[in-house]
Design a protein around this ligand. Structure first.
Ligand code: HEM
Ligand code: HEM
Length: 267
């Protein structure tokens, strides 16, 4: 399978002083996620007495997280988990280098930032899944579609952890935003602009010099047509065996969703 050459050209090096860092789907994912999380909080506290908006908002976040999981295997080089899955020691060492003012530059996520990204995605998945079992017995008197299918103890557990983990997530998000500010004011590196424009200043990055972008159309069809990464291409199409699995996942998600609809009363 080939990366979409045409798309590579359109998203390619428009000006020679910068290189490609983030593809359009990843950027859209990020800013949509931010909007939905803010709305999850705001809607819960203002004007969504029946939790109607909150629940659809929560499903949308779950869909985004599942999509990001797929994109982490078939997406552009900087979006792939393999490109920012580092060990804890590497992350700590990077953190020390950062604090001690030893500049190290990464085109994709740096080892510490990448770990925080993985933690945020995992937490969002868990919070969303717990929400399916949570129930609001003091205010809206409604709950997730699976709350009527499990024991009261389980509902209480899910509700408690749904709320608690969201509070924890707020701290992690705070760190994430603080790191971006530190990069801007201390290291003079504008990571936020890169997450908007998709481009970073050209320099000798440790991970790669220019991102290998997958087609944005692939993002829509991520389930059916996984792109080969540059390293897979180098390995001579070793991805072929993995296609079956990347196809099976979204089918499983759709089946699970239909199953949820049929078992729940959608209160
Ligand atoms: C990852 C996505 C989600 C986020 C970030 C999120 C976040 C939140 C927040 C901030 C609250 C209010 C906490 C408070 O009152 O201080 C809440 C409550 C609640 N959420 Fe979610 N939620 C998500 C997904 C879901 C889903 C998918 C459902 C169910 C379909 C759900 C069901 C509930 C319920 C029933 C409550 C009320 C619990 C209570 O106040 O006792 N949530 N959620
Ligand atoms: C609800 C709040 C937020 C959440 C949950 C969140 C989550 C994430 C996630 C999951 C990624 C990884 C993107 C990917 O690889 O798919 C990311 C990256 C990034 N986010 Fe956020 N984000 C939030 C708020 C913000 C805000 C407010 C800013 C700007 C100040 C920001 C700036 C960035 C930047 C610059 C990156 C790329 C970091 C890098 O270069 O390694 N984020 N964020």
């Amino acid at each position: 399978m080939q990366l979409e050459r045409a798309s590579l050209e359109t998203q390619g090096t428009a000006d020679s002083g910068s290189v490609r860092a983030w593809d359009l789907p990843t950027r859209l994912f990020h800013w949509t996620l931010v909007t939905l999380i803010v709305m999850a909080y705001v809607s819960r506290h203002w004007g969504d007495a029946g939790l109607v908006w909150h629940k659809w908002n929560g499903y949308a976040i779950l869909v985004l997280v599942v999509w990001r999981l797929l994109w982490g295997f078939v997406g552009s080089s900087t979006s792939r988990f393999a490109s920012f899955f580092y060990g804890p020691l590497t992350a700590v060492r990077y953190g020390l280098d950062f604090v001690l003012g030893r500049p190290r530059h990464f085109l994709g996520h740096n080892p510490l930032g990448g770990s925080v990204v993985l933690v945020m995605l995992a937490m969002l998945g868990v919070i969303g899944a717990l929400g399916l079992f949570a129930y609001d017995d003091h205010d809206a008197l409604t709950g997730g579609p699976l709350s009527s299918r499990v024991s009261e103890a389980m509902v209480a557990f899910a509700t408690k952890w749904h709320l608690f983990m969201f509070d924890l997530l707020l701290w992690v998000i705070g760190l994430h935003i603080l790191a971006n500010i530190l990069y801007r004011v201390w290291k003079r590196e504008n990571l936020v602009q890169a997450m908007i424009t998709g481009r970073k200043e050209a320099r000798p990055y440790e991970d790669e010099h220019d991102a290998n972008l997958a087609s944005p159309w692939l993002a829509l069809a991520a389930s059916w047509r996984p792109a080969a990464s540059s390293c897979e291409e180098r390995r001579g199409g070793a991805a072929a065996g993995g296609d079956r699995h990347t196809r099976a996942l979204p089918v499983a998600v759709v089946l699970l969703f239909l199953r949820l609809r049929s078992v729940s009363k959608w209160r």
